[in-house]
Design a protein around this ligand. Structure first.
Ligand SMILES: [Zn+2]
Length: 69
């Protein structure tokens, strides 16, 4: 098999043909364009509303502090 040397984490399931294929621009099995890797997606840390409020409050305080100086 030509794809033997490709590590397993580089394999994705093609949404078009359902085959496990190496992640490339296009599926080598059906030729359809493959979706971009989910892994590289920017992860937003899960924050509670209180944490978000405190973060906003903190940045406001910092801005006020910078303006005051
Ligand atoms: Zn395919």
């Amino acid at each position: 098999m030509p794809y033997k040397d490709i590590p397993e984490d580089n394999m994705i399931i093609c949404p078009h043909c359902g085959q496990e294929v190496p992640h490339k621009n296009r599926c080598p099995n059906c030729g359809q364009y493959l979706p971009r890797r989910e892994k590289k997606k920017w992860k937003i840390p899960k924050m509670t509303p209180t944490e978000i409020f405190l973060a906003i409050l903190g940045s406001i305080m910092l801005m006020v502090g910078l303006v005051a100086f």
